[in-house]
Design a protein around this ligand. Sequence first.
Ligand code: ARG
Ligand code: ZN
Length: 882
Amino acid sequence: EPVRLKDYKAPDYLIDSVDLNVKLHPTAARVVSRLSIRPNPNGRPDAALILDGDGLIVKSIAIDRAAPADGVVVVSPQQLALANPPQRPFTLDVETEVNPTANSRLMGLFRSGSAYCTQCEPEGFRRITFFLDRPDVLSVYTVRLEASRAEAPLLLANGNLVEAGELATGEDGVARHYAVWHDPFPKPSYLFALVGGDLGSIHDAFLTRSGRRVALGIYVEHGKEPLAAYAMDSLKRAMAWDETAFGREYDLDVFNIVAVSDFNMGAMENKGLNIFNDKYVLASPATATDADYAHIEAVIAHEYFHNWTGNRITCRDWFQLCLKEGLTVFRDHEFSSDMRSRAVHRIADVRALRAAQFPEDAGPLAHNVRPETYYEINNFYTATIYEKGAEVIRMLKVLIGAESFSRGMDLYFERYDGTAATVEDFISCFAEASGRDLSDFFRWYRQSGTPLLEAASSYDASAGTFTLHLEQSSKPTPGQDHKEPFVIPVALGLVGPDGDLPLKTETDNAASAREIESGVFVLSTPQRTIIFRDVESRPALSILRGFSAPVRLDYAASEADLIRLIARDSDSFTRWQAAQTYASRLLTRAVADIGAGKSPAEDYDFVDALASVLTESADPAYAAQMITLPSEADIARDIGENIDPDAIHAARFGLRRAIGKGLSSHLHTVYARLAPDGPYSPDAAAAGRRALRNAALDLLCAGEPEEGAALASRQFASADTMTDEIAALGALAQTPGETREAALKTFYRRHAHDALVVDKWFALQAMLPDADTLSRIKDLTGHPAFSFANPNRVRSLVGAFATGNLTRFNAADGSGFDFVVEIVLCLDPKNPQVAARLLSAFKSWRTLEPGRKALAEAALRRIAVRDVLSADVRDIVDRSLG
Ligand code: ARG
Ligand code: ZN
């Protein structure tokens, strides 16, 4: 039976405080938990008390410090039940034993290397001790940790350190020590964390605006301390930014971050003790790309921002996950935009949204931003909850304006601090702050699927009017056949030969003064027509400026209009989009030509437009985005059905080659002009120069394979940044043969000691379009640096193949599907979360041409017929076939 939002009931009991005493041990850690429990005045009187467990071994139980009579407590590894708990405050003591070394799911208490760490969101705390493991039970935690001093000189938990000291050496001759941590802020169990181990660290401090001195620590493997410097710098900038941008200040005396190499997700916002996948902490110019630096900055900020949006105000239940995740992604996007180029960031965010979220919304795994049922909550840490959740908030801001938005945020923080809230609570703050009725807007949370926005226009020269007709429609998604219209803010402008035209609309067509002034027209009905007057010549329509809503746009702009937008649009997003639209049109046509056995026609106007971008653009990072074609997956999405990945690959390669040839001299100039000069900087300007230079190299390699390879070889030999080194390797890898294999060997030799760099080496090979890629990957699974136990390794080899290699994963003989299925089945018993995540790569299988579609379905059915599957994989496979 699924869990349903409509069945939510307040807990019958509350747990005001939790005292944990944890004795760390590799195979038999002991956890003594003392819970102060009382009946919830808002719960059902005399209800049974059922605490969640997951694979726990119970050593002892006491109620009010005394052994309970027979039958009072019924316990199993999965549950601890009191049929008739005291109807007054009482304490429950439970001692459990867990085996951190055997914990391959990486949920609860586990080991990464020799260190002990925890992951409790969403339901991992029950793998440590029995609890009301749900986010609306908030408790004050005091945690005493005890360990061998040699094994774990470092002992961390949430909150502030209260006390620490040595213990008498035991009979086993082991010198032990302890530390006591207290977190004064009531929190749900999913925010609990502890770390024990022998780690190196760097330290700094942050002075909050009200004068609190916060000790900052980042803990990493010994020897890697210098690699944490950028993370520390990002953290301090995030702390300062949250004070000015959102008025949010940090609230404890310490803020610690621990980086571990075995982690299912990116990172976790445990109160005062964030735990990170080390790939989002460790960086040096020689080992991390500019993209890695940007991710570190974003994830460090994201987890820090959760301190308010997630921790101080948490979620009532897991259906409200977007309340903290969508909002926190929105906040980290804003932060990164302020730290870097807002224009370039917006493009990157939209590219990511379309790559990850649009296919989710278009396929069998589509779900609401605020889901209403689930079988396995771990499968809802999705692009829809995170990225679309952030887009919905961004739209809200566009809709009600920055000022009302900011007042709504303040109200939210003030009113719901210390509570477990709902999305309704959140939206009500903005309705109140703006004085607007947001009930229709709320449909973005209740309806899944990406709406289609169709626009059509006509120009009447004699009347000087431009008429714009907007229409929205939404296809059915699982469980939702019919949809109500969405409230879609459509930011737009009219672009003349010299740039933006003033907007004036007919007074009788209901465009509000506010709309005309802001250029944001709200489509809240199935269709709407807007007539602009005093338009002297046919304008080019610049629509969905800044990507003002997460919709698919269908507008038949003329190619001349697209060229005008590429040259003149004042909005940097739609200017970029015009180039993408143009490219997509050429590519879609080329795919059809290839399918019909014809060779695609060349288009010189597009190449000329890109030439002007290269000569005129002042911002290299933006120019790099302009000359980067839609990905193969982007093209597949634009085509939508009957997908032949090989034709898409051939079409994209053909256009890259045509651009590389046609722009040869421009690209050579750019490549030479942007050669590294001066000392390394990770900042956006320097990264932008590298991005454009490497985008030029990529096109040159397609257009002039020999000359390009010579440049790439030289760059590969002399690169002093990972950005340039991996770009050169990628360029060389385009052409099969000795040079490529030699470069791959060299790269491995240079970086064999650094697992995160070896991951890039795995991923690059997993994404090669060559026919023998799958056998290469199978060989690599036996490479000494590879391990199925480490999620980063699995993602970089198998994940990169399944999500980043359109042609080989979807190979016509089904071999790619079979391989991924085999890996999913072998991983499932060990780490179901990672297995389920891999399996979700099948989400677009129904869009494939009939042959491949049948093979994908057969592969999925081979999983579905298994008797023993984790809840995680069962849920994904059933919904995928659904
Ligand atoms: N709350 C974390 C973040 O987004 C993600 C944790 C997800 N963990 C999980 N096991 N699904 O920052
Ligand atoms: Zn998050």
